[in-house]
Design a protein. Structure first.
Length: 186
């Protein structure tokens, strides 16, 4: 049973998304919601993210929305290093801080500011080892930063029961079609 689920995926620029009101974000969030609801019904208690822009913060917004219906659901944000948002633009920083303020638990893997990429590798390792499964917005046909946590998860699977669920571009296309069917009055 998955009690703690790590969520990650593409950063916005990897998907060609440059605003949070991009129509694609609606469908990505719908895909996360669909994936999460069945897991919540099966006993999911915690969502673990690192607070990255893109898939992780969109998933966090979905979790915060779901908490209305599932008040026992909790959101943990464990950043790879302190002040990860320091170089982000003002809108992204504001968005990030709004989500941080609503999280049930916030901490950092390394208690220092960014020094080098080992902090990101450590964050991925932490997310895998502290969760019971991984939900990833990732399509193996389009490489990007999620590749690193995906490969680490596959390696972890060699010695552990560790389900990895992918939301692929095909899955997103199916969500788009489902949502469009809802809007058409048959």
């Amino acid at each position: 049973m998955i009690k703690v689920l790590a969520i990650s995926g593409y950063k916005p620029f990897e998907l060609g998304i440059f605003k949070n009101n991009d129509p694609a974000v609606y469908y990505i969030k719908a895909a996360f919601k669909k994936a999460l609801q069945s897991k919540i019904d099966e006993g999911l208690e915690w969502i673990l993210i690192s607070g990255q822009l893109g898939a992780e913060l969109w998933a966090a917004e979905v979790v915060l929305d779901l908490k209305v219906q599932y008040p026992d659901l909790k959101l943990a944000i464990i950043t790879p290093f302190l002040e990860q948002e320091a170089s982000w633009n003002d809108n992204n920083q504001e968005w990030y801080h709004t989500i941080l303020a609503q999280a049930d638990f916030v901490n950092s893997v390394t208690k220092k500011k960014y020094e080098n990429p080992w902090q990101l590798r450590l964050k991925n390792q932490f997310m895998i080892e502290k969760s019971d499964g991984l939900l990833l917005l990732y399509d193996q046909d389009k490489e990007g930063t999620p590749k690193y946590i995906f490969e680490l998860g596959l390696k972890y699977q060699e010695n552990n029961e560790y389900p990895i669920d992918l939301i692929t571009f095909y899955d997103l296309q199916m969500i788009v079609e489902e949502e469009q069917m809802k809007q058409v009055d048959f």
